[in-house]
Design a protein around this ligand. Structure first.
Ligand code: GLY
Length: 289
């Protein structure tokens, strides 16, 4: 087992009001410390991304899980996905109601032939596996202080395996049944042990129309994660909209970029102690250009 491991996570690309800055930093650091603990001890990539995203889903600072924003009918409809880079397995759910941790439903799907389940199908799957949350029950909660974005995490474990996980309530006031980029491989996320991994946040329709995760993966094949992230953001110019991206490669090199005013994120590795930031400029010293 190698000494090398790395984690990069985000709490969403958006404008963060000054009074929310501390909660965003604290929330990212709490999730980062969970991932740091698991990965440095030799834990598996898939366990780390699930644990990290669950922590972000439990924090009402972020638009995911328990803190998710509500749709036009006042219902939390959640999208989430998880992917493993060793075998390219994907589990994803969309427009799921009544679950506090949709990323765990997505994880449970990795062993199934179905890659993406939506709405009632996703809920029935969660019920069959005991993952419905009776406490939340899908009722409108309006707990979130987030304005609309996604949480996500990409990791490299000490066995050289990578995984990505992400979760969102989507856009506040969205149409019932609307599905964004988050559960769609090649749009909101992707990971391949041989190439690297990526997770997006931001305007789902813009990210989907420009196939941003696929573009990052293509760029990772011949460049650094930082270069791949920056190039992906440039594609958004064609359709407008705001987004943020995190990327990681099998060496443990990381990249991030955003067109939104802020992008809550955190990173750590075998060489780097945990750091969090709300803007790309804060961690300039860590970029491999
Ligand atoms: N990026 C999350 C969404 O648009 O649903």
């Amino acid at each position: 087992m190698s000494e090398r491991w790395a984690i990069i996570l985000h709490g969403g690309a958006r404008k963060i009001e000054p009074e929310d800055a501390q909660d965003n930093r604290r929330g990212c650091m709490a999730a980062l410390e969970i991932g740091h603990g698991l990965l440095s001890a030799g834990g598996e990539a898939i366990d780390a991304v699930e644990a990290v995203v669950r922590q972000l889903e439990a924090d009402v600072t972020f638009n995911a899980g328990y803190g998710a924003v509500l749709n036009a009918e006042g219902v939390a409809q959640l999208d989430a996905a998880i992917m493993t880079g060793a075998d390219l397995a994907v589990g994803a759910v969309a427009a799921l109601e009544g679950v506090r941790h949709p990323v765990s439903v997505a994880r449970r799907m990795l062993a199934e032939t179905d890659g993406l389940l939506v709405a009632g199908g996703a809920r029935a799957f969660a019920a069959r596996h005991g993952l419905l949350d009776n406490e939340t029950g899908g009722e409108p909660r309006a707990l979130s202080r987030a304005s609309g974005d996604t949480v996500g995490c990409v990791v490299l474990d000490r066995s050289g395996h990578m995984a990505v996980g992400l979760s969102t309530g989507g856009l506040s006031g969205k149409s019932p049944g609307r599905v964004g980029d988050t559960p769609l491989p090649g749009c909101g996320f992707y990971v391949d042990d041989q190439v690297g991994g990526v997770a997006l946040s931001g305007d789902g329709e813009a990210i989907t129309r420009t196939l941003l995760a696929a573009r990052v993966m293509a760029a990772l094949e011949c460049g650094t994660p930082q270069n791949a992230a920056a190039r992906a953001m440039a594609h958004l110019d064609r359709v407008g909209g705001e987004a943020g991206v995190i990327a990681l490669d099998p060496r443990g090199w990381m990249g991030w970029a955003h067109t939104s005013p802020h992008f809550a994120m955190g990173l750590a590795s075998h060489q780097l102690s945990p750091r969090v930031a709300l803007h790309q400029s804060e961690l300039k010293d860590l970029l491999h250009a």
